[in-house]
Design a binder for this molecule. Sequence first.
Ligand code: EPU
Length: 439
Amino acid sequence: MLEVHGGTPLRGTVRVRGAKNLVSKAMVASLLGDSPSVLRGVPRIRDVEVVTGLLEVHGVTVTSAPDAGYPDGELILDPADVAQGSIVDIDAHAGSSRIPILFCGPLLHRLGQAFIPDLGGCRIGDRPIDFHLDVLRRFGATVDKTPGGIKLEAPQRLRGAKVELPYPSVGTTEQVLLTAVRAEGITELKNAAIEPEIMDLIAVLQKMGAIITVDTDRVIRIEGVDSLSGYVHRALPDRIETGSWASAALATGGEIFVEGANQPDMITFLNVFRKIGGAFEVCETGIRFCHPGGELKSSVLETDVHPGFMTDWQQPLVVALTQASGVSIIHETVYENRFGFTDALNRMGARIQLYRECLGGTPCRFGRQNYQHSAVVSGPTTLHGADIEVPDLRGGFSHLIAALAADGTSRVGGIELINRGYEDFLDKLAGLGARVDMA
Ligand code: EPU
């Protein structure tokens, strides 16, 4: 349980390292190489521990850089002895992560089989894996659902395929990339996701020897090759963590320099941040975010796949919008159930109403169904301390921001979930002058 004494503007510097949502995939990509890979900028977060455990279960040796201080966040991944892990071990290591599904392609190439336990991940929607299984079948894999998980086999070498995704899913695009690079022949993927983390994964695979072309119309073409080597790569910075700290600066009326933040990946966020009255300065080593004083302005926004406003920025920004004057409207089009965290905000004094209708320019997949995927935030409202239980990774961080912006003391339970994606967040908070104690 964390006790948060709110009302103090956060001021100071935090450093962001490699993006969680690239690092985990780049670690999986090491399975495809004939030689060791070196990944730099790896944050110490729970999701990295989970993938490390899963790789080790499959015979990959994972070591941190020899200078044990881990200053560069360097991991060396040696896939020399890849072997099928036991189902019990895989299950034990998978924890609540969705990453195991991305082991399929590489393991099918290396071993001809793979086993995927029932998957977890944040409770922000149904999060099915139907697209993943469909594309794996298209490459020639057989898929058997068993009570404990899914067993896949490749009776012969996987073959390139023509695939069109029903929705530009990040994970399924990565699935196709990690499978197609060593499949026989050409793969054409239409309606692909083109998030910066996917471009960085393509850079990793190209370093390994893959041939991948990205067209302008969400089409990615991959020419399969017979073998790949290891890579040396520095992960792109975490744009979700950057947006989270930026929102924390705005909600608490403070100023945070996010060292390592990369402007090109933040363009959409920065536009919204500026429109609602936040100020920022792009420096050579990072971005400084602050509340410049005066009123924040309400806004209308829709989450979307890249280059739209990313869904993972939505939750922390909603906390800042509770402090803006007027009515803000947010239409969540990526996940059907990503506003659960607003219950706690309302208990703290926010005025947020949820709607099933698409309150945005683009009708989305969730319209006219039973999903409360639009939110109307009326502000500004004074937030008050409350007892809160963290619901998921981004929602949890957003609750922390709300508690820090609130009058009085909040007791926040379940903060271990936040370790999944925010490195050293308690130390970072202390460094920013937050008054937090473990109770
Ligand atoms: N979808 C399906 N079927 C599938 C796969 C996806 O219907 O087989 C749907 C999902 O239910 C969702 C939408 O497609 O409604 C988009 O899901 P996507 O596959 O793009 O998401 P993901 O790969 O599971 C990654 C990140 C998420 C991030 C999303 C969107 C990782 C490990 N996770 O998830 O990050 O929100 O892309 O950008 O990369 C987080 O970091 O907190 C997080 C949730």
